[in-house]
Design a protein around this ligand. Structure first.
Ligand SMILES: *Cc1c(COP(=O)(O)O)cnc(C)c1O
Length: 362
């Protein structure tokens, strides 16, 4: 009889729950639960992906040199200090595997992305949660939660699922204040939705303790391809590359990402559409009695009066074929996260929430 057991920490992991994609009775539901781009990827990215299908026998390059060069050109970065992963999730996993183990602490904020906890536990490290203030990261609380055991401090800016953002000056204060034994990881999954924002790449350039992660899953519409990247000091990228599998990113994903990052006009178009409908939806929900914080991402965190009301609205939306994200697992049981869809999706969701609220009050 085997007595083998998972490594410490593994059984403490609550498996990640993805946004639902089916609704009872709706045969073509509208999925607004995973922050996907309703416009899809750039047509050039799709074409590049399909082209690779003609040569599936060929291994992808292991150094990702082409894609790193293109990312560097577009964002004004040093290609040698970029690492590509199967989604930015994989870069987060590399960071935890490389820098945190048993006895070490991994810090993130109260409503932070659930992969930070999962990756920390998978590495055998101890997750530590810093409280937020009004659903917004609080740098003083994060600094207070640091200890000599802190190795990684994760901050998504803008954050998912709250959509809130803290200013660069606050992020710089955090980078300067964490212990010398720790690294600040700035998760820029939604950076492209903020006009003119570099995802704190500038901070990476001026400090030796900051890493930035980015993804092709959100504004670039390539969630299904699984590709993301990280940017950091040379010594850190070198360490991460040692744990990275040589063929961790598929040839098709590399090709699609390369085309996507170069189609700047399409990205600009997606950013503008998202900003327009985000503002529209936020105002409409507020008129219906459902407030939300100003969001800097491609979703809105709609706040209800009670968890029961949020759950009832979720069920009502599902009955209309509209799938949004229950965020009770993020300590936000009174809220629903709604991805900004296309115009029709936004109009449908606004109409359905309004009908629900009128019914709820009747
Ligand atoms: C979606 C998301 C990611 C990126 O996930 P991928 O693995 O790149 O698809 C990372 N961080 C946050 C906060 C996210 O919301």
């Amino acid at each position: 009889m085997t007595t083998i057991k998972p490594q410490p920490g593994i059984m403490q992991i609550t498996p990640y729950v993805a946004g639902k994609s089916a609704a009872k009775g709706a045969n073509k539901p509208t999925k607004l639960s995973s922050n996907e781009n309703p416009l899809g990827p750039s047509p050039a990215a799709r074409d590049s992906y399909i082209e690779v299908a003609k040569h599936l026998e060929t291994y992808p390059p292991s150094d990702h040199a082409d894609l790193r060069q293109v990312i560097a050109n577009i964002h004004g970065l040093d290609p040698a200090r970029i690492i590509c992963g199967a989604g930015s999730d994989e870069v987060i996993t590399f960071l935890c595997q490389t820098y945190a183990g048993p006895g070490d602490e991994v810090l993130y904020t109260e409503h932070g992305f659930s992969m930070y906890r999962i990756s920390a536990l998978a590495a055998g490290a101890t997750p530590v949660v810093a409280p937020e203030t009004d659903r917004t990261a609080d740098v003083d609380a994060m600094l207070a939660a640091c200890s000599p055991r802190t190795r990684l401090v994760f901050l998504a800016n803008p954050n998912n699922p709250t959509g809130t953002m803290i200013p660069e000056s606050e992020v710089a204060r955090l980078a300067a204040g964490i212990p010398d034994t720790a690294l600040l990881v700035l998760d820029g999954a939604y950076a492209e939705f903020v006009d003119g924002f570099d995802g704190h790449a500038g901070l990476v350039e001026t400090r030796d303790n900051v890493v930035m992660t980015r993804t092709f899953s959100k504004i670039y519409g390539l969630g299904g391809a699984r590709i993301g990247w990280g940017y950091g000091p040379a010594s850190i990228i070198d360490a991460l590359n040692r744990v990275r599998g040589p063929f961790n990113v598929s040839a098709a994903a590399l090709a699609a990402a390369k085309a996507a990052v170069q189609d700047v006009a399409y990205t600009d178009h997606c950013r503008a559409e998202n900003a327009k409908w985000r503002q529209w939806l936020r105002e409409r929900l507020a008129i219906s009695g459902v407030p939300s914080d100003e969001s800097h991402a491609n979703f809105i965190l709609a706040r209800f009066e009670t968890a029961e009301q949020a759950e009832a609205c979720d069920a009502f939306l599902q009955s209309k074929g509209l799938i949004v994200r229950n965020v009770a697992g993020y300590g936000l049981g009174t809220c629903l996260r709604i991805t900004i869809g296309d115009e029709i999706a936004c109009r449908n969701v606004a109409g359905a929430v309004d009908a629900f609220m009128k019914g709820a009050r009747a």
